[in-house]
Design a protein around this ligand. Structure first.
Ligand code: TYM
Length: 329
């Protein structure tokens, strides 16, 4: 079976962007691939989270993943920080990563804008660490949203660079989505930004939101309309995308046709989407809350996952060390 790796940072409740960009693919892939899914707790340190919050945040991501349909018997679930081999390979890979290329990465430039008081070296080398998460398991497919596409390109570069310098070790991984194009869910405020954890609360729908919140947020979602016959605005397109994911095909077609005819009533559309979204999220939310209370169960899964992921990573690392020339004794 082909190896698959993907990670999610434990920086807040998961939202629809995470679900439809990543987790939805995880659930399908678990049947056909050898999947390694992890909580990227090292990556979350770039924003200096409070140590008191770390465990709860990691457990919650795990619970939300399992509640969404990941089967711990089928996939390997673990925390990044349980795989110290990643840190060692990251050191080696940093020697092949250039300041110039790292400084140009759009996600780095965004961070410099967002947190000018904390432009740490970990932010700069974030894509190197991410590449190593993937390469150390020798993954070939990486289910992610569109915002991670460029990081995957870098992972391929680092794989090549290592292979060219030291000898063939890493396959070149590609970003993966079952719908082909990588998904980008927009925030509901109509500003064109992606839905994100740090976004204003009303513009992001979380898997933990109450029914009332889901309905209310969708009711308030931006739908600046054009004249009849004009192409859909980005924000309406985004709602249709969400509708395609949770509503019946007939329902989607009804509103698409109404839009084309210029007779669409956005209030009705958002009401329908709200009802369908509640049906979709409620069972995940309730299951996640239940799982989150069972820390013994989650810890057991994390430990078993770490053991398996570590064993696989250790094999890769051993070969990397040999190729680099660390065979002194
Ligand atoms: P993170 O934690 O920001 O997001 C987790 C996953 O959710 C996807 N995603 C979205 N997809 C579509 N629309 C959105 N609005 C949206 N927001 C988030 C992300 O693309 C991602 O798939 N760097 C990664 C974590 C990571 C990783 C890795 C991923 C670390 N190492 C190795 C894959 C492989 C990140 O910050 O994701």
């Amino acid at each position: 079976k082909e190896i698959v790796v993907s990670g999610i940072r434990p920086t807040g409740y998961l939202h629809l962007g995470n679900y439809f960009g990543a987790i939805r693919n995880y659930i399908r892939m678990q049947e056909d691939f050898n999947c390694y899914f992890f909580v990227a707790d090292w990556h979350s340190l770039t924003t200096h989270p409070d140590p008191k919050d770390l465990k709860g945040n990691v457990m919650r991501v795990l619970a939300e993943n399992i509640a969404s349909g990941l089967d711990p018997e089928k996939v390997t679930l673990y925390a990044q920080s349980d795989i110290p081999e990643v840190a060692e390979l990251y050191l080696y890979m940093n020697m092949l990563a250039y300041m110039g290329e790292l400084e140009k990465v759009p996600t780095f430039k965004d961070k410099v804008r967002q947190q000018p008081q904390n432009v740490n070296a970990g932010l700069l080398t974030y894509p190197v660490l991410m590449s190593v998460d993937i390469l150390i398991q020798r993954a070939v497919k990486v289910p992610v949203g569109k915002d991670q596409g460029q990081h995957l390109e870098m992972a391929r570069n680092y794989a090549q660079r290592f292979n060219n310098r030291y000898g063939e070790l890493f396959p070149e991984p590609v970003a993966f989505n079952y719908g082909d194009n990588l998904v980008r869910i927009l925030s509901l405020d109509g500003n064109g930004g992606k839905m994100s954890k740090s976004e204003n609360e009303m513009a992001t729908i979380y898997l933990s939101d109450s029914d009332e919140k889901i309905i209310n947020k969708l009711k308030k979602a931006k739908t600046d309309s054009g004249a009849p016959g004009e192409p859909m605005s980005e924000s309406v397109q985004n709602l249709i995308t969400l509708m395609k994911l949770v509503s019946a095909p007939d329902t989607v077609k009804f509103f698409e046709d109404a839009h084309a005819a210029g007779t669409i009533r956005y209030g009705d559309m958002k009401g329908q989407l709200g009802a369908d979204m509640v049906k979709f999220i409620a069972p995940i939310r309730d299951k996640a809350a239940e799982l989150q209370r069972d820390t013994t169960y989650l810890e057991k899964i994390m430990k078993a996952g770490a053991e398996k992921a570590r064993a696989n990573a250790a094999q890769t690392l051993q070969q990397a060390r040999k190729l680099i020339g660390f065979n002194y004794y």
